[in-house]
Design a protein around this ligand. Sequence first.
Ligand code: AMP
Length: 188
Amino acid sequence: MSGTITRPGAADPATAHAGDLPRFIRDIPDFPKPGIVFKDITPLLADASALALAVELMVQPFRRRGIDIVAGAESRGFIFGTAAAKALSVGFVPIRKPGKLPSETRRHEYALEYGTDALEIHADALGPGNTVLLVDDVLATGGTMSACCELITGLGARLEAIAVLIELSDLGGRSKLPACPVHSVVRY
Ligand code: AMP
């Protein structure tokens, strides 16, 4: 796969659009377990133009919308979340797997496309004064984003929207998030 990616001008942000991105996202069948087709974004991350385009298309609808902080879940939500925060000139709040955050936390349990888990946020990370954009790489069943919504709104913050690079439409994640607008860049 990496040999098929031509670096110079692969996705020129001046002229490119979302349709240029799928060739930087490769399918890995049966990962991490049989029956899952894993959307591998590492080729996109490795290409400067594709990465810049992906982040720009994720944040574009949210400029001048009063977002004052971006949140993202471990671990690929950290990659796009921090990039989105930088693009919007705001800060970033990490939502982490249990036991990773050092200060007082709030916890929410959720179901994954493959397995179950829990997520935590620092209790003082957000409050009623915040307007949050929640970011992740993939929206699959919606369990992760739903748990993040609970954590964010549970701290009294306003969740403006969710922005994901990839939406796996058949898995119906959007229907688990009725209270929050979802913006996806590439849909399968
Ligand atoms: P879900 O909670 O089912 O919406 O799953 C979303 C999280 O799991 C995201 O943080 C993704 O990183 C990861 N994920 C789930 N399904 C896939 C997939 N088919 N390919 C890549 N990542 C996935």
